[in-house]
Design a protein around this ligand. Structure first.
Ligand SMILES: *[C@@H]1O[C@H](CO)[C@@H](O)[C@H](O)[C@H]1NC(C)=O
Ligand SMILES: *[C@@H]1O[C@H](CO)[C@@H](O)[C@H](O)[C@H]1NC(C)=O
Ligand SMILES: *[C@@H]1O[C@H](CO)[C@@H](O)[C@H](O)[C@H]1NC(C)=O
Ligand SMILES: *[C@@H]1O[C@H](CO)[C@@H](O)[C@H](O)[C@H]1NC(C)=O
Ligand SMILES: *[C@@H]1O[C@H](CO)[C@@H](O)[C@H](O)[C@H]1NC(C)=O
Ligand SMILES: *[C@@H]1O[C@H](CO)[C@@H](O)[C@H](O)[C@H]1NC(C)=O
Ligand SMILES: *[C@@H]1O[C@H](CO)[C@@H](O)[C@H](O)[C@H]1NC(C)=O
Ligand SMILES: *[C@@H]1O[C@H](CO)[C@@H](O)[C@H](O)[C@H]1NC(C)=O
Length: 594
């Protein structure tokens, strides 16, 4: 029986496996994040008290050093527990905002912050709603007329070898940070300089030649017209050829905004509210800084709060609250506006980075969280914002149908930019394991037990336990089948299989509402071939190493009578409690014993 055949690499020496498995969940997504029994609520309360403790005592050497200078709001949200968004939040108002004459003096879930580059996520999502596949893949030189003209122009006197290939740069390449276009496009102000530390004079301090401002073309800051912007950036040398390597580019998103606007015939400032903010009831989210007094009164107003650089809004000029972020994140997880299949397709990496734990999508910054206890990998889809006095994160964790957000602001730029990553790690390190543990606890309650044939003449049954996998080399954490009797035969003969959710309940085009499909596996599973330590063939390399990532390769390979041997489909009630199971190959239905 192929399913039970031991992997050729499985030797008694290989014990430390990592439950990476198929990409996706080990358990069905947790549904209780907020009750007094929820491990997620408990972890959130502990996280909150660690922030409180730092802010009260400011102990030396804490990683949270500097947090006292940063006003921030952070919160969890979940598709399955709407109470999470209002209840699991943390807010801190730094003295400068507590004392501010403009805007709010006390932040909460409705406080409006600049979101900086989280805006890029809204820009791509808006494009997904508004553009066709053909438009996404049209060369920019066909969309923005000026570019064709400047297609072969390099910066005067640069002697540089490459021009940007505007006929190969597409909106989809820009959305994926894979166009290789110049990053900044333009300096932030009407000077020649960007990206150096404060106060650096490139001529006096670094020996660079004086360059006249006029050499930058007709546009020297973001107040210029779209046409002047395009003319000015079109000749800047590329970083890479298109689709070479991810390269973060604000300029790319300014150009993407121009392209979306040209393709739809609508100003970008109108597209966001019409396509996204209004349909999702995001009444405190704005393209550009809020204008109405009532909205400004709810805002975290710091110097440079106002943002009238409409050209740059698609890159970094949107404003929002964490309550609206929760609405947006939940809507993405729910596929409320974009069909579910397109949402799944969108929420994938399009490129590796040089790190095994960090990939890039459109424009997802995808971190691979490694659970410290089991080594399981959970993919976290994020978009960061980090510019000047504002920043934040929108984070989605598809396998839990949950996510979290952070918005922060401070006139202390050093503190803000450092602290926001520390805060995000505090949240991730506390909440990802808690979501996994809660999913496991719910899976135990909802699935564990014995399932027996209702036909008394048929001796068929299935016993499911949590963390019961006993096969050497397979990870222990999962639902598992510890005994399976089919018509009087003990199928597993004392072994056990892990059960991994493959198609969730209620999937529009899945097995249907009220049914949950699982795939059984007994494969060892490693996060990389170097992690496997596999040595039974006397070699560690990528090709033998494929077999340390067996689940995706052999899934559904073993069939009988048209059904996968590994397929188990459960009927669940509205609370997700299993009532019956069908081991597909047996064609029998087994009822869960009370
Ligand atoms: C800004 O934050 C840094 C880092 O926490 C701190 O050392 C510095 O004193 C802060 N500056 C002001 C003006 O508060
Ligand atoms: C207002 O600022 C002063 C110092 O500038 C500070 O001592 C005070 O605590 C602040 N007020 C609040 C409510 O934080
Ligand atoms: C803050 O309020 C003052 C008047 O009290 C006004 O002059 C200033 O422009 C406001 N700043 C912002 C960013 O709205
Ligand atoms: C750009 O250069 C290529 C190759 O030299 C040439 O075929 C093309 O016509 C040029 N395009 C423009 C707009 O000048
Ligand atoms: C910012 O915008 C508000 C509202 O439009 C306006 O009242 C204020 O004067 C502006 N502040 C600055 C510094 O431009
Ligand atoms: C999920 O989307 C459906 C439409 O497909 C909508 O009716 C429902 O309200 C949404 N639920 C949430 C929690 O957003
Ligand atoms: C159970 O096994 C008996 C004896 O081999 C066989 O006759 C019968 O068809 C089997 N029933 C089912 C439902 O598999
Ligand atoms: C059903 O089959 C199992 C496995 O062969 C066996 O241990 C058990 O005794 C059988 N039960 C009955 C009632 O025959």
């Amino acid at each position: 029986m192929h399913l039970l055949r031991r992997s050729i690499l499985l030797s008694p020496a290989v014990f430390f496996t990592i439950s990476a498995d198929n990409v996706g969940p080990t358990y069905p997504a947790p549904t209780d994040l907020t009750s007094d029994d929820s491990l997620v609520r408990k972890a959130w309360d502990e996280l909150s008290s660690s922030f409180d403790t730092y802010l009260e005592k400011k102990p030396n050497g804490s990683p949270l050093a500097g947090t006292e200078h940063v006003t921030f709001s952070s919160g969890l949200f979940s598709l399955h527990d709407p109470a999470a968004a209002p209840q699991l939040q943390y807010h801190y108002t730094a003295p400068e905002i507590a004392n501010s004459t403009n805007g709010t003096n006390h932040v909460d879930g409705d406080s409006i912050y600049g979101m900086a580059s989280v805006s890029k996520l809204f820009t791509v999502f808006t494009g997904l709603l508004e553009l066709t596949d053909a438009q996404w893949n049209t060369p920019l030189s066909d969309i923005i007329p000026g570019l064709a003209e400047y297609a072969n122009q390099t910066l005067e006197g640069s002697g540089l070898a490459y021009d940007t290939r505007w006929n190969e740069v597409t909106p989809w390449a820009l959305a994926n940070q894979m166009a290789g276009v110049a990053r900044q496009g333009l300096p932030a102000t009407d000077t020649l300089i960007s990206g150096f530390g404060p106060g650096v004079d490139p001529v006096a301090d670094l020996g660079l030649p004086p360059v006249p401002l006029s050499s930058l073309g007709p546009c020297i800051d973001l107040t210029c017209t779209e046409g002047d912007y395009v003319e000015s950036v079109s000749g800047q040398p590329p970083i890479f050829l298109p689709w070479t390597s991810p390269a973060y580019a604000n300029n790319g998103f300014i150009l993407l905004g121009i392209a979306i606007s040209k393709l739809t015939g609508k100003p970008i400032s109108k597209i966001y509210p019409e396509a996204v903010f209004e349909p999702l009831g995001m009444s405190s989210t704005f393209a550009g800084s809020p204008k109405k007094d009532a909205d400004i009164a709810k805002s975290v107003v710091l110097p440079y709060f106002n943002n009238t650089y409409e050209l740059a809004w698609p890159s970094g000029g949107l404003y929002s609250t964490i309550n609206d972020f929760a609405k947006f994140g939940t809507a993405l997880l729910n596929s409320t506006l974009l069909p579910a299949d397109l949402t799944r397709k969108w929420m994938k990496p399009s490129s590796h980075t040089a790190s095994l734990t960090y990939a890039v999508g459109a424009p997802w910054e995808i971190m691979r969280y490694i659970h410290p206890d089991t080594g399981k990998v959970t993919d976290i889809y994020t978009k960061s914002g980090d510019s000047g006095m504002y920043g934040g994160y929108l984070v989605l964790i598809p396998e839990y149908n949950a996510g979290f957000s952070l918005l922060d602001g401070s006139s202390n730029l050093t503190a803000r930019s450092t602290v926001q990553y520390v805060i995000a790690d505090y949240v991730a390190n506390a909440m990802v394991p808690a979501l996994e543990a809660q999913a496991a606890a719910e899976a135990k309650r909802k699935y564990a037990g014995t399932y027996v044939s209702e036909d008394p003449k048929l001796n068929s049954s299935l016993t499911i336990a949590i963390n019961g996998a006993t096969i050497p080399g397979t990870p222990a954490n999962a639902l598992s089948i510890t005994r399976w009797v089919s018509n009087g035969t003990d199928v597993l003969a004392g072994l056990s299989l892990r059960l991994l959710q493959s198609i969730p309940s209620g999937s529009a085009e899945g097995v249907g509402s009220g049914k949950v499909a699982f795939q059984a596996t007994d494969n060892p599973q490693f996060a990389s071939y170097t992690a496997s330590g596999a040595d039974s063939l006397g070699v560690i390399g990528p090709f033998t190493g494929q077999q340390t990532n067996y689940d995706w390769l052999v899934i559904d390979a073993t069939h009988y009578g048209g059904y996968g041997f590994n397929l188990f489909v459960f009927d669940v009630d509205t609370d997700g409690r299993a009532l019956r199971v069908r081991p597909a190959v047996t064609r029998a239905t087994l009822k869960r014993e009370a």
